[in-house]
Design a protein around this ligand. Structure first.
Ligand SMILES: [Zn+2]
Ligand SMILES: [Zn+2]
Length: 638
């Protein structure tokens, strides 16, 4: 209201000086406010001036015969652009031509108001004429899928076509249109010469060349010829090869405007906008963007197309690094730890479907202060990376889930799982922080509520030292009410990994990924090693008790023709190990004798490696991985 009043007053005071600009309704968008921050207009070079906002460019070219304006930013930027033009001493009614980089609301939104004010002719590429005239994107636009409400901008009058290579002449200045599609079908890069004291430089107003796009849009979509990826490559090459002394672009960060303005302020004698290498760097910036985008689309392709069964194994795809799996007691539901931010997955083992599983309660409302009083409060589960899991049945369809967590904090997070309803529900109960924020690996629970936790590598110790046989980690113990975990003397070993307890709680078992063994300890006297398996042919990872009282572990083969031997030396690199697909074995161990037999094994599969565990559910064996996009399942052959 106040604004309108001021406008009226201004109008009354200066009725004959100039026609008033009438802004279209403001666009509401995520970055609109930030983009529309005010910016002092400034002189770029010769007849070239910046009159845009802090976040969206608008470029003025002054000639003997009038003005040319490139881009109108947002609808709510029009007034600012008009004022900036006046500040520089020009009259916006003298704009003869309005040009556009591309027809999106953040560069074309202010054009209608500026056109109405100046009655200028608007010139646009063949593909942009219709978009500008209607304010609606064409279905070919990568952002079309965001929807009309999001994309729409005020329709512009008096738009005509300029051909690729076509020119716009006004006074002594000629601007050339170069079609540079990719970001939009009609994207246009404009070039002209600006002269100062007889020195004429080539100015390039280069359009955006990334394909920011709606869900499902693919730059490699083969139904388009050329593909958007091919358009971007060609457009970037075109910009690279332009005569280019001064680079400007629709988004100021793309030509480092803040840095250049700062440089200009600190040394007014120089002009940092003069940079003959800028167009080359601009093209490289978008080439790099395209490389990343192509990698993403290729990864999507491999995920979708290779989810077919392989040999005895079927796959459930789309779970990010489901490292550990536990069965919710008495149900068909499997909880998987997404070894990625965002909590857990819940798998329906019968329907072969999955979804995410998150806590439903009010944060902090449910902390069990008696058991977990030392826990500093409920976590942001979106910031946690869940690792080893353990589940212990309770009463009335409830059980307790213990999860090793990384990320936001290094801890064991404890949850109540209520499986009495249709779908298990998770309520956070508390946590136990690891000593000195060391990274835990696995957790086992005892009937009295106490826990045994493995820390594979004490702080600062490399995994290669574990594979060289050094005692790099050990088991820690915690009991309800304890303020923290304490080390269990006698359990020091190379890379203490999976851990499990016997049904009576008298023994516990630990897999060592450095020794390739599983060791049985006495819970009352852990310094005494009870039994140990022979050296296994694979690197044992997680360890769980199956319903028949056997210990189940799994891992990748130590020896492999293609990948070589897992190096038990300083040279071991986890990334190299994880990136070479190896055969795997799921192994069942009789805890009385520590003798074992294979439950399953599989050949190297580039789509499914880094196997960590096996879980029997119904008549099936489910298998997890610490680096992959799926879990596997197969019929048990016994
Ligand atoms: Zn855009
Ligand atoms: Zn933009």
């Amino acid at each position: 209201m106040k604004k309108t009043l001021t406008g009226i007053l201004l109008f009354l005071c200066t009725p004959f000086l100039h026609a008033q600009l009438s802004e279209d309704p403001p666009k509401d968008c995520r970055y609109c406010e930030a983009w529309n921050q005010t910016q002092e207009p400034y002189h770029v070079y010769g007849n070239t001036w910046y009159v845009g906002t802090a976040g969206l460019a608008s470029v003025l070219v002054s000639t003997e015969e009038g003005l040319i304006l490139l881009d109108g930013a947002l609808s709510q930027s029009a007034g600012q652009i008009e004022r900036n033009i006046r500040k520089l001493g020009f009259d916006p009614r003298q704009i003869k031509y309005l040009l556009n980089s591309h027809a999106h609301y953040d560069h074309a939104g202010g054009l209608n108001a500026l056109q109405k004010l100046s009655q200028a002719q608007v010139l646009a590429s063949a593909d942009s004429v219709g978009v500008l005239s209607s304010g609606e994107l064409s279905p070919e636009d990568p952002q079309y899928g965001f929807g009309s409400e999001h994309n729409r901008f005020p329709a512009v009058s008096n738009v005509s076509e300029v051909a690729d290579g076509g020119t716009v002449k006004l006074g002594e200045v000629t601007l050339t249109a170069h079609y540079t599609p990719g970001h939009t079908p009609g994207g246009t890069t404009w070039t002209w010469q600006s002269c100062e004291d007889g020195r004429c430089l080539d100015v390039v107003y280069a359009d955006s060349l990334s394909a920011v796009s709606a869900e499902g849009f693919r730059v490699t979509d083969p139904s388009r010829t050329p593909t958007v990826a091919e358009q971007i490559t060609a457009s970037a090459q075109l910009v690279r090869e332009l005569d280019c002394d001064v680079l400007l672009a629709p988004h100021p960060f793309l030509f480092q405007m803040p840095d250049k303005l700062e440089a200009m302020a600190s040394d007014p004698g120089t002009n940092p906008f003069i940079d003959p290498a800028a167009c080359d760097a601009y093209a490289t910036f978008f080439d790099d963007w395209l490389v990343r985008r192509l990698e993403e689309e290729a990864a999507e392709d491999s995920m979708v197309s290779d989810c077919e069964p392989a040999g005895d194994y079927s796959f459930m795809c789309g779970l990010k690094s489901a490292e550990d799996l536990v069965l919710v007691p008495g149900t068909k539901w499997i909880i998987a730890s997404g070894f990625a931010e965002g909590g857990f997955y819940l798998i329906d083992s019968e329907q072969k479907t999955f979804g995410s599983l998150r806590t439903s309660d009010e944060p902090g409302a449910s902390q069990d202060m008696e058991r977990f009083g030392a826990c500093p409060g409920s976590p942001d589960t979106d910031q946690l990376i869940m690792h080893g899991l353990n589940i212990r049945p309770g009463e009335k369809g409830h059980s307790t889930l213990y999860a090793v967590a990384h990320g936001a904090r290094e801890s064991i997070e404890v949850f109540d799982v209520d499986a009495s309803g249709e779908r298990p529900a998770l309520t956070w109960k508390g946590c136990i922080l690891t000593p000195d924020a060391q990274e835990a690996n696995s957790v086992a629970s005892l009937a009295d509520g106490s826990l045994l936790v493995t820390i594979p590598l004490h702080t600062g110790i490399e995994i290669s030292e574990a594979l060289a046989g050094k005692l790099t980690g050990q088991v820690y113990r915690w009991a309800p009410g304890d303020s923290g975990m304490t080390p269990v003397q006698g359990t020091e070993m190379p890379y203490a990994n999976g851990i499990e307890v016997s049904a009576d709680g008298k023994e516990f078992y630990v897999a060592s990924s450095g020794l390739f063994t599983v060791t049985a300890f006495s819970n009352t006297n852990p310094a005494r090693v009870l039994r140990r398996t022979d050296t296994l042919v694979f690197v044992p990872d997680n360890l769980h008790m199956s319903r028949d009282g056997k210990l189940v572990t799994a891992g990748l083969h130590v020896e492999d023709d293609a990948c070589g031997r897992v190096l038990q030396s300083e040279e071991f690199k986890l990334e190299a190990f994880a990136s070479c697909p190896r055969p795997f074995t799921v192994w069942s161990i009789d805890p009385q004798t520590m003798q074992g037999e294979a439950l399953a094994s599989g050949p190297a599969n580039p789509n499914f490696s880094n196997i960590t565990m096996g879980l029997e559910v119904g008549g099936e064996l489910w298998i997890g991985t610490f680096a992959g996009d799926r879990v596997a399942y197969r019929t048990m052959n016994r």
